[in-house]
Design a protein. Structure first.
Length: 831
């Protein structure tokens, strides 16, 4: 056995260049697979660390503002079985002027004397709130980082109405806003799109005689039945006639859900990349071992003649796979940790997630390392098994794998005028296995980077198409439901054109065989010129008062989509409404049920009022009341306007003021105390494209890495293609063929293999794009694939160019051959 091991090790040293290449790619495979595991664990660990340390709410209950005497006491709520902690607070919404525009801001009013029990904040700089200093506020770390806030900066909330001035006293991290966004209805984080402040309750209490609250947050005891505890909490609030607007479980928190959904994508991409890298390494390993078997037939025959069993020889060749696999496993583990640290940091920066805390699971790294050994062994074993069929007498005769019976006759006649070209084309078919391996490597070299580029391009095209098909320019949401006359007054703002009202509120949606879910119910106008649902199945609404619904099935968390014709029940304030599912959509909006507008108005008891409008820029068709932009500072005819909900009445009529010059439509609308937010389509579409474009920072390194590895692989295989034919080319030279004919033959052969490889890569490119999309569509939603010739060309052109460039050294080596030495060696081998 020692003899066989020495034989295997000797061959390993002879092929050390190719072995090192196999070690390199298997190391990258371990890094990609193991790094993906580490990134997933690290992001989850970071999220859960802050959740546990700062007590993220298991349940977030939002309701119309109420005084402390109008709601259950904290002692009563803590006494509910399953409740561990409870905090109450007031959360207001407004905007600030930042970087020449208006930025939406959410203000959490906290007790300055102590940290909250639930949804606490961790100070990163400065100090916590101080009793007696209502002017101080704490900026959330995502807000401070995105807008370069410094301690001592002054912020003015709602500068054009009842202004509130705060001085930044500290910067803190909140578990609620690990991934910030101004639009939590869409699973697209917009870093810097939302201002988050923690202010003293004293700033709010000085405005009102009663202490007002509009938010209760709870944590549950371990093992508590969340559904039962939620029902008990709602019952306690109903007994005190608290007007509950929305109940948000932890799993619906935007940051929580974003991490879950995004990781479901990485669980697809990383193993796919690792599989492709393993295939590339496997092809080179198979070719390398196969060439050793072919070139060492005499030695193999001699060993068999000396009594060594074929199975023992197979084990000797397996050493050629085990050693590179073990080396890659050892090198790949630290490479995986380095790769994971950089990838986790990049992903966190893209989404505004805090710096990740690395979590390394030894068993997952071991699994990734073992994968390299498995690929190495299998790749060596496949060609080595051919030894089992070798008979000593045949092996001792030598020979090679050439099996050629001639070209297709029409092709022979076509190439008859150029012997060098005919020889090149024949060579493609003389060693079919080697040619097939070269074609496969060219295809794989293009497949992975082109498939990744297509995935990014498809998401960007989807974002552009979504923005293009929207018939509105802005969405305006109101603090309270408004009648048409009030809406007309608000939309007299400069630049506001026609509009269509909609209704939006939250309700519990019950489905047969599924857990009741708190969903966003949006009532759309029927028919509509501005809103069109991109249906995945079914149809749209038959009438504006129809008991029908269109269900968003994206991000369904493994739940089966509702069947067309299925009955779903919407429950709001104890009233139930059965609706028939007539269609489904699949887009980036979260937990949304679309219904006709009048149906929504009936469900939520709004009469003919709307909660927001889709609006176009321009001049309205019908005349409206004159618009007046109030000056900055307090106004005596309004109350505090930081989203007090129904506590903020409509303003009394007043004499119109002349509008300011150069006031944007968004600024003018937000100046109205009844407007909560203005979402401009172009701003949202631009932010979405920027977010998707940021993932190029993740994809491009894989594209470059794949190209580099493919280049090394192709160079390795080209060595087999050219240098093993030294005898043939030496014979041609003795027959009078010059360097031009031989060079032409070499380049034509490589060009043929390159063209075949690129042709095969067209199929594998399309297949890879579908492979990447299919699981993502199951986890998220499907987007049309955008196959761009540019993406294919960006990868294919350098691959083909390198293939031809790498041929030059081999062609030069053929021209410098010692003809007598080569021909003597060839005759000896043939003998």
């Amino acid at each position: 056995m020692k003899t066989l091991l020495r034989f295997g090790l000797r061959e390993l040293m002879r092929a050390k260049g190719r072995v090192m290449l196999i070690v390199l790619v298997l190391t990258v495979q371990v890094a990609a697979l193991g790094g993906g595991f580490v990134v997933e664990d690290s992001l989850l660990h970071t999220r859960d660390h802050y959740y546990d340390r700062l007590h993220l709410a298991d349940l977030d209950v939002r309701f119309a503002p109420a005084a402390s005497g109008e709601m259950p006491s904290l002692e009563t709520l803590r006494a509910i079985p399953g409740v561990e902690r409870v905090s109450r607070r007031f959360v207001g919404f407004g905007h600030i002027e930042r970087d020449g525009g208006l930025l939406p801001v959410v203000v959490h009013y906290l007790d300055p004397s102590d940290h909250p029990e639930v949804d606490d904040i961790e100070m990163r700089a400065g100090s916590f709130l101080v009793p007696g200093r209502p002017d101080l506020a704490i900026a959330d770390r995502s807000f401070a980082e995105a807008h370069a806030l410094a301690l001592g900066d002054e912020l003015v909330v709602n500068p054009h109405r009842f202004a509130s001035r705060f001085k930044v006293a500290g910067v803190a991290l909140s578990p609620e806003y690990l991934v910030p966004t101004a639009n939590p209805e869409m699973l697209v984080p917009h870093r810097g799109s939302l201002g988050i402040l923690y202010a003293s309750r004293e700033a709010l209490d000085r405005t009102f005689t009663d202490k007002l609250y509009n938010n209760l947050v709870f944590t549950f005891r371990p093992g508590a039945d969340a559904a039962r505890v939620t029902r008990e909490i709602r019952r306690a609030l109903a007994d005190h006639h608290v007007d509950v607007e929305r109940v948000v479980p932890r799993r619906s928190n935007f940051g929580h859900r974003y991490v879950d959904e995004m990781l479901s994508g990485s669980r697809i991409v990383m193993p796919t990349i690792a599989l492709l890298l393993g295939l590339m390494a496997g092809v080179v390993a198979i070719v390398s071992v196969h060439r050793i078997v072919v070139s060492r037939r005499r030695e193999i025959g001699s060993l068999l003649a000396h009594g060594f069993a074929p199975r023992e020889l197979v084990l000797a060749f397996v050493v050629l796979g085990i050693i590179p696999g073990v080396a890659a496993a050892v090198l790949g583990a630290p490479a995986a940790m380095l790769f994971a640290a950089e990838l986790a940091r990049t992903n966190a920066a893209i989404a505004g997630f805090p710096p990740p805390m690395m979590s390394i699971a030894a068993h997952k790294l071991a699994l990734a390392s073992v994968s390299a050994i498995v690929v190495g062994v299998v790749s060596a074993l496949v060609p080595a098994l051919g030894v089992l069929r070798v008979r000593p007498v045949h092996a001792l005769r030598g020979g090679d794998e050439i099996r050629f019976t001639g070209l297709w006759r029409p092709l022979e006649r076509l190439l008859a005028g150029s012997p060098s070209v005919r020889f090149a084309v024949r060579n493609v078919f003389r060693r079919l296995r080697l040619s097939a391996a070269t074609v496969a490597l060219v295809a794989l070299a293009v497949t992975m980077p082109a498939g990744l580029l297509t995935s990014i391009a498809s998401w960007q095209t989807w974002a552009d198409a979504q923005a293009a098909r929207l018939g509105w320019d802005a969405i305006v949401t109101f603090k309270v439901p408004l009648a048409r006359g009030q809406v007309d007054e608000i939309l007299a703002a400069p630049g506001a054109g026609d509009y269509e009202g909609y209704v939006q509120a939250y309700a519990t949606v019950e489905r047969p065989g599924a857990v009741p879910e708190e969903m966003r119910v949006r009532g759309l106008p029927v028919p509509s010129e501005m809103v069109s649902l991109e249906l995945a199945s079914g149809r749209t609404f038959s009438a504006e008062d129809a008991d029908e619904a269109v269900f968003n099935v994206a991000f369904s968390r493994g739940l089966p989509p509702p069947a067309l014709g299925e009955i779903v029940t919407v429950v709001h304030r104890g009233k139930r409404r059965d609706l028939v599912v007539v269609g489904t959509v699949a887009d980036a909006s979260l937990s949304t049920l679309y219904v006709p507008r009048e149906t929504a108005q009936e469900i939520f008891g709004l009469g003919d009022k709307v909660t927001g409008v889709y609006m176009k820029h321009g001049v309205p068709r019908a005349p409206r009341a004159a618009f007046a932009l109030p000056p900055p500072g307090p106004r005596p005819d309004t109350v505090e306007a930081i989203d007090l909900g129904e506590a903020a009445p409509a303003p009394a009529s007043e004499a119109p003021r002349a509008p300011r010059e150069h006031v944007s439509t968004k600024t003018a609308l937000l100046a109205n105390e009844l407007v909560t937010s203005v979402q401009i389509k172009s701003e949202f579409a631009g932010a979405t494209v920027r977010y998707l474009s940021a993932f190029n920072a993740v994809v491009v390194p894989f594209v470059g890495l794949g190209a580099i590895l493919a280049a090394f692989f192709l160079a390795s295989v080209l060595g087999f293609l050219l240098l093993e034919r030294e005898g043939e080319y030496a014979t041609l030279r003795t027959m009078g063929y010059g360097w031009r004919e031989i060079a032409r033959s070499v380049f034509v052969e490589i060009a043929c293999l390159g063209v075949l490889g690129l042709t095969a890569s067209l199929v594998s490119w399309v297949a890879m794009a579908y492979v990447l999309r299919a699981p993502m569509a199951a986890a998220w939603f499907s987007v049309p694939l955008d196959f761009r010739a540019h993406d294919f060309g960006v990868v294919a052109a350098p691959t083909l160019a390198f293939l031809l460039a790498a041929t030059i050294p081999g062609a030069r080596a053929l021209m410098r051959l010692d003809l007598s030495a080569v021909l003597r060696g060839a005759r000896g081998s043939a003998g």
